[in-house]
Design a protein around this ligand. Structure first.
Ligand code: TXA
Ligand code: MG
Length: 322
């Protein structure tokens, strides 16, 4: 265990670190841990006080429900009910960056705070080996929102989590940078099709092949996700999308070639124009460019295909944050 300059306690994700994390979680304390998408702020989903502490640490509105993380499909089936399509999705994409919103079992034992009073519960089986080991060792479902203050940029390294949460968390398990880099795709199976509530690390194109029609994210209406508020993922300085030029004082978030000149600083998401590479680098680049002396971030266009859909969703919310 070592101390980060913010006062956060950080540990390698070795046997000692995992044992320490398990002890904290069983005692109802908060532990940040790596997943393949972003770092999660984990707590015992069965304990009201632990779940309440997650909302408090993030400053998150209580109406925005949390995702329950479990090690495998059988563990998920103890919390929610699966129909044929939901099971097909789980079998195809778990472990991985897909969250399923399904009818909550009354006997699940999950704190009602986690689901924010809804009769559904979001469940996910993360693929990251540290998340897998932790979930198996702790033997509890863990609520885990992204390990950042509500509305701010999501963390893809242990240092990001430490910067955002500092001493509000008992321990941060360091498992290196997240490979996917954007949060899971949140879907809800409905009679008319699979509704995408939040685009994310699993491209929506992949869902259709397994579970039939896919309904794109809705700006309004009942199948909207409570967390899909316009302002989110926001750096402290203005962000501008589809920029063709750089204005004085701006940093450049680049994608592909032919970069405009004059930026205070440049971060390249993918020189070869690969949206998967860009997703993995997105949040670290935003954290990095959000620095003193930079007055805004100009972002080059990113295509709306594959993980580009999730990237543009996060960028639009970051832009709306101002
Ligand atoms: O990749 C991820 O999903 C990360 C990692 C840590 O697993 N977690 C994450 O959690 O992004 P969070 O809390 O930042 O986002 C959860 C999203 C929110 O948009 C929330 O509104 C939605 O899932 N959600 C949770 N439960 C829901 C439910 N019962 N119905 C509809 N939307 C729900
Ligand atoms: Mg989040």
């Amino acid at each position: 265990m070592q101390k980060h300059p913010t006062g956060a306690r950080m540990s390698a994700s070795d046997a000692g670190g995992l044992a320490e994390a398990v002890a904290h979680l069983r005692a109802g304390r908060l532990v940040a841990f790596p997943t393949e998408t972003v770092y999660g702020l984990g707590a015992d989903a069965l304990k009201d006080a632990a779940v309440a502490a997650v909302f408090a640490a993030k400053g998150r509105p209580r109406f925005n429900p949390l995702i329950c993380h479990v090690p495998d499909l059988p563990a998920a089936e103890r919390l929610v009910t699966f129909d044929g399509r939901a099971r097909a999705l789980a079998e195809s994409f778990w472990p991985g960056p897909l969250t399923l919103v399904l009818p909550r079992r009354a006997e699940s034992g999950v704190s009602l705070l986690a689901a924010a009073g809804l009769d559904t519960l979001a469940v996910r089986v993360p693929a990251h080996p540290v998340a897998q080991e932790l979930l198996k060792a702790v033997g509890l479902p863990l609520v885990a929102p992204s390990a950042n203050p509500s509305g701010k940029i999501s963390p893809t390294t242990a240092a990001h989590a430490a910067d955002g949460l500092g001493e509000k968390v008992a321990l941060i398990l360091d498992g290196g940078p997240c490979a996917v880099g954007v949060e899971s795709t949140v879907v809800r199976p409905l009679p008319e099709g699979i509704a995408v509530l939040r685009p994310g690390g699993l491209p929506a194109e992949d869902l259709a092949g397994v579970a039939g029609p896919v309904i794109a994210p809705q700006a309004e209406g009942p199948i909207r996700s409570p967390g899909a508020t316009a302002s989110h993922y926001a750096p402290s300085i203005p962000l501008r999308m589809n920029a063709a030029e750089v204005r004085p004082g701006e940093a450049l978030l680049a994608f592909g070639l032919n970069l405009p000149d004059g930026a205070e600083a440049v971060r390249q998401l993918s020189a070869s124009g690969d949206v998967t590479e860009a997703a993995a680098k997105l949040f670290a680049a935003l954290h990095d460019l959000d620095r003193p002396g930079v007055t805004g971030i100009a972002v080059m266009p990113v295509p709306e295909e594959g993980l580009g859909v999730a990237i543009n969703d996060r960028l639009r919310r970051a832009a709306a944050g101002r």
